[in-house]
Design a protein around this ligand. Sequence first.
Ligand code: MG
Length: 349
Amino acid sequence: MVLILYIDMDSFFASCEIARHPELKGKPLIVGSNPPETKERGVVQACNYEARKYGIHSAMPTTMAYRLCKDAAYIEADNSYYERVSSEIEALLKGYGLRMEMDSIDEAAIEVESKGKDSALEIAKGIKNSIKNKFGLPCTVGIAKGKIIAKMACDSAKPDGLIAIDDADVNNFLQGLSVGKIPGVGKKTEEKLASLGIKTVKELAKTEPTVLVGALGSFGKELFLIANGNDMSRVVDESPAISVGREKTLEKNANSVEEMSGMISELAHSVIGEVKKKSVAFKSIGVKARYSDFTDRIKSRSLNNYSDSEEILISTAKMLFSELVGKKPIRKIGVRVSSLSQRKGQKSL
Ligand SMILES: [Mg+2]
């Protein structure tokens, strides 16, 4: 049976700071874009569980956090440090040789073939221990048959938790939750559901799917399935054998394609170098933007023919990035080619 381990680092940025400042352990800690003494506007990007006891949470203005707890430690976010730790954790997880996917800077999903939840729990314990031993960082792991319910299980067991939900427990687990606990259900969807008299997953599970589709479109159908424990979401493996990609943090946040132009060419050059080394050609090009708030967006396009041209890669990547700029400052970009084919016998453009 296939089970999915959803791994989420506990208050990741704050835990990273505590790992290198052990004297802060046990004290409220706030990581923000501007510490209060700078008197500039800033928000809490992360805080540990000790700070949460004071009612502090992420996205709250730092000045408000300061009013709630003056004695907390305030540290300015060091994003390149967190990204470095994140890629080391990714490398450790890849070492297990299982199908895996990084879902964000501090979340990953891993698929295991398992005889049952006990053996999946064993693997999860091993992962938790190695992350703690190597990095001094706590994480929580949720296990279920689909990625979405595994993530919900993980959220329910924080911090430093481990939980497995199998077929026998899934309905029990879901029934006790409010609809807002389902990933993707934000304030707006919650309000729409509330107007239909639906506040809990239990109520959602008993609603006619046509009613949900009427209110929410195809997302309504997905919610109905999840609420009934039918979670088909799987891990999407981006293994290097099927694509070649490079990404890098920009020296300065960018708001236009022109500002990123040098980095786009640099990444494309490196990707083409790898493509030539592997003697492959590609038919699909994708780009990724990571914004200053650490959300990611991806755009891709298929070519009419296989290619290994750096020029085509650069011009297509720029066109794709033009659809991603302007909304929020971009801090990191990636360029990737996929749908690879051995070049032999293919017409190289
Ligand atoms: Mg986390």
